[in-house]
Design a protein. Structure first.
Length: 189
């Protein structure tokens, strides 16, 4: 639907009718129905999962820089969540101040909730990768039993899971050390 709005600039300049209007283009927002919420959530989760799985290919093709796809550990996650909470708090304070004095306020942000959702989806996707010691690895070891009615020998499965677990612990230590020695410079938009 098309609407005509007459706006008056907030500041005066040399030329008449020029200046900042205090208007920001944004996507329209409205309450979603239960069905729209479920559909939107499933769609966004699927898009996030596809993005996570396509990161190695995007790195190889040079679509994204290695610094943009860097793994972060506890320190990096803490930094991201600190920025998100700070940004959310700032915008909510601005909204509260603006509603009290009638001025224009920015839209409230939900960076913290978005980061928690992305972390949950990422954890779920990585857990389902066919890496021994993770759930995807367990699925991988169960497939021969389903297909051939014969279980992979316990000893072999235990050795593979043990080695994979040690490698995952080593990766975790390495990523956390890199967070301390070479912190990421992640900035929210």
């Amino acid at each position: 639907q098309q609407q005509t709005i007459i706006a008056t600039p907030l500041s005066t300049r040399v030329k008449e009718n020029q200046g900042a209007l205090g208007i920001v283009l944004d996507a329209p927002r409205r309450p979603a129905t239960l069905g729209e919420s479920i559909t939107g959530g499933v769609t966004l989760t699927g898009m996030q999962a596809v993005t996570i799985l396509s990161i190695p290919l995007m790195l190889i093709e040079g679509v994204i820089a290695p610094g943009e796809a860097r793994l972060v550990g506890l320190v990096g996650m803490f930094d991201m969540f600190s920025q998100a909470v700070e940004r959310d708090t700032e915008t909510r304070q601005q909204v509260a101040t603006a509603s009290a004095d009638g001025s224009v306020a920015p839209s409230p942000t939900n960076y913290t909730l978005s980061l928690i959702a992305m972390l949950s989806v990422s954890l779920g996707v990585f857990n389902l990768l066919p890496i021994p010691a993770l759930d995807g690895g367990r699925i991988l070891f169960t497939l021969p039993e389903i297909l051939f009615r014969r279980r992979v020998p316990y000893r072999f499965e235990n050795v593979v899971n043990g080695v994979a677990f040690l490698l995952l612990i080593g990766l975790m230590i390495f990523v956390n050390l890199m967070d301390v020695l070479n912190p990421s410079n992640f900035q929210l938009p």
